[in-house]
Design a protein. Structure first.
Length: 208
């Protein structure tokens, strides 16, 4: 896991401190993971690391833990690519998408047991995480994410945002990672605002 994790982090130009902030781990602990110094890590930690470096969990773990490995994580196999819809950001809060909500299609080879759709990134609020305006990101539909995950989030029924998600008690913080200072953290109290997690960003198709 360690070598693949390190190479992925460097390819995304992320620092150890970036991964530490995204996962809640100490920077020294992240470094130990990259060196392979931690055996049998908790599943929650693996999920947080995978989210921080935009890598499917199976891909993060499969380099050292093949399917059926004793005591390890079972790696998810890749599947034949299948078509998924690219949905208008204004419509992503719907439980089902109508034809009018779908602006195009793309493909994914992620697990067929999960529901995926894609959206086109509308701003540069996460450009320092290599998620830029015009990119097509794949979303796994789910209503909860771990702290530090990059998620698609709807606030008060408005057009959805893509931000890094943190929950502390009843306080929800949505963090941008942008070279543009106009994007600032958004902080909400869960009892006073309607915050809906629509899914987790699991894949990015970079625009070249």
């Amino acid at each position: 896991m360690g070598d693949g994790m390190r190479k992925r982090r460097k390819r995304l130009s992320l620092t150890l401190a970036d991964i530490a902030a995204a996962t809640g781990l100490a920077k020294s602990t992240v470094h130990r993971y990259e060196r392979g110094g931690i055996k049998n890590p908790p599943q929650a930690t693996l999920r947080a690391i995978a989210a921080a470096i935009y890598m499917p969990l199976w891909e993060l773990t499969s380099a050292t833990q093949p399917p059926g490995a004793s005591g390890g994580c079972v790696a998810e196999p890749r599947y034949n690519p299948r078509q998924i819809p690219i949905v208008d950001l204004a419509s992503v809060g719907k439980p089902f998408f109508d034809t009018d909500d779908i602006i195009s299609h793309t493909y994914t080879d992620l697990a067929q047991t999960k529901e995926y759709f894609a959206v086109k990134v509308a701003d540069d609020s996460l450009d320092q995480r290599r998620i830029c305006r015009g990119d097509i990101v794949t979303v796994r539909r789910q209503q909860q994410v771990v702290n530090g995950a990059i998620a698609l989030i709807q606030v008060e029924g408005e057009t959805a945002l893509i931000r890094q998600f943190f929950l502390s008690g009843r306080i929800i913080t949505l963090i941008p990672h942008s070279s543009n200072p106009c994007y600032q953290p958004l902080i909400y109290h869960a009892a006073q605002h309607k915050i809906q997690i629509l899914g987790q960003i699991v894949e990015n198709k970079f625009q070249l």
